[in-house]
Design a protein around this ligand. Sequence first.
Ligand code: PRX
Length: 658
Amino acid sequence: MAEPSVSQRERLEALLEEKRIYPPSEEFRKQANWSDPAVYERARKDPEAFWAAEAKNLDWIKRWDKVLEWKAPWARWFVGGKLNVTHNCVDRHAASSRRNKAAIIWEGEPGDSRVLTFEMLQREVNKCANALKSLGVKKGDRVAIYMGMTPELPIALLACAKIGAPHSVVFGGFSAESLRERINDAQAKVLITADGSWRRGGVVPLKANADEALKGTPSISKVIVLRRIGDKTPCRMEPGRDLWWHELVDHASDRCEAEPMDSEDILYILYTSGTTGKPKGVVHTSAGYLLGVSVTHRAIFDVKENDIYWCTADIGWVTGHSYIVYGPLANGTTSLIYEGSPDYPDRGRFWEIVARYGVNIFYTAPTAIRTFMRWGKEWPEKYDLSSLRVLGTVGEPINPEAWVWYHQHIGRERCPIVDTWWQTETGMIMITPLPGLTATKPGSATKPFPGIEAQVLDEKGQPVGPGGGGYLVLTRPWPAMFRTIYGDPERYERQYWSRYPGKYFTGDGAKLDQDGYFWLLGRVDDVMNVSGHRISTFEVESALVDHPCVAEAAVIGKTHEVKGQGIAGFVTLKENVKPSDDLKKELREHVAKKIGALARPDDIFFASELPKTRSAKIMRRLLRDIAEGRVLGDTTTLADPGVVAKLKQQYEEEGIVD
Ligand code: PRX
């Protein structure tokens, strides 16, 4: 494990200067869903009773026999219970007074829009579920989904959940190769995709990428293709394999029984980057997950019956799974979905959407907030944002400056901000303010949610006291926790539960302040966080060395003003290969093609040698010092300290340091 980096220490020093406190207003507190501080103590004393009481808000086919079975690191929640997730998210609302309430409000990038009430959503989900069944998909079969942000994406997820087929959504920005790898790992039977999706007025060629991926995916027998773009993008249909959504799904029956699912049956697999090149299939199960996301959504966003809630994430990431689809819909909330980018057709797009629909709750990422800051307050100022009541942020540490800007220019100093810390693995928000209860401090995710226990440990595994820093761990099982890594239980144990036996190791550094607030410092492993997206240095290195000109590569996350981290690659070339700007460009594109545009390095730097220890380990820490223009740290363990000094000089001469 890497020691906390210098940039983390710098973040910490800046945060320690942060003294501003924002208590909830009396007016907000009075109307908040959760406004009694006793909830923390109640949940701490008997977490199982706390979760069980909340679980009564779900519809069960069979009530559970036991709330929790915990043999670290293996958890089973609501043992013996049976329910169906889609029944809870859609059918029960369609059968209630919410029937004609908007479940999904969808805004397309080109300006088209759709509203689906709970009853309409139920019909669409049922049709899709029946279409999947007609292709032979049964309970337990995996379905891969590679789509843009159209209503058919949540429909596809919910259809899978209705028939008990675990879905594996692959973000539409991933490459053909990444898609193939994920399909093969999950051994998916069917792929659901689209001809393309709109992005900044251009087309992301989803089907063309899928065709490329499908050259090496023997488990896939059928492909359902949504027509989103039409004539503006080529879309070849493979006879016998590919079927149009509008031919297959639109003609299927709109009635479908929900499959009774065991609490612990798999709901979905979602791949995320770890410290090796191979993405991990994070497994989430049914009852505990649904409970975790619905309770947190209701409490943290203070959602009311007639609210319009908008989370700007992509459903391809866990934030979209938990807080666009499952959490909000389980609560019968109207969830807004936007297909495109925040600067199309102009930089006011998000605020125009907030104003037009009267959005009440808005949840986005620090990288987006920093982008808005750069674009200037003039954009949000043009719009009426008075409908907003709660603001949220997720995905990476937020710098106090961005927090305060969000508070002033979007929340107009009225809206509490919830800075929510969690991960793909945790499934649900874990450390967060409760907006009616918690006095917030810009840059701190504040405290664990009721029923959650977190600690900051030192190297030896001792909890640090107030003012101390170290590694963030979670010490108690929680309902939405992932249960394993798909097909690799050994990795689950080793990677998450062995560093501090019996405790979940998050991979994040954190600090506790005098009030017991948590300040997240970023990853302490070889995982980068680029615009809130997790990318492993190892994946990018593998993509670089895959290029015929590259001999060796070392990749680091380099502090970036907007993205949080940018990707810098240090590359040594094979003999007789000449460095050039064209080659740099080619290498950047090579990585984008191998993994996806999100992993395209910001900088490539050609080095004649990389700094290594005597046991030939590349010292990324020193590369980070070089890339961030700092004085070099300790170089005594290097095999040849001259290498790094030369590299630093060369790097500065090339003027890459910004
Ligand atoms: O480093 C933490 C950061 O994002 C990581 C999890 O990434 P992922 O699994 O892709 O899930 C992102 C959305 C839940 C964490 O290990 N992170 C997430 N939220 C925060 C954060 N860092 C600081 N503050 C946050 N609020």
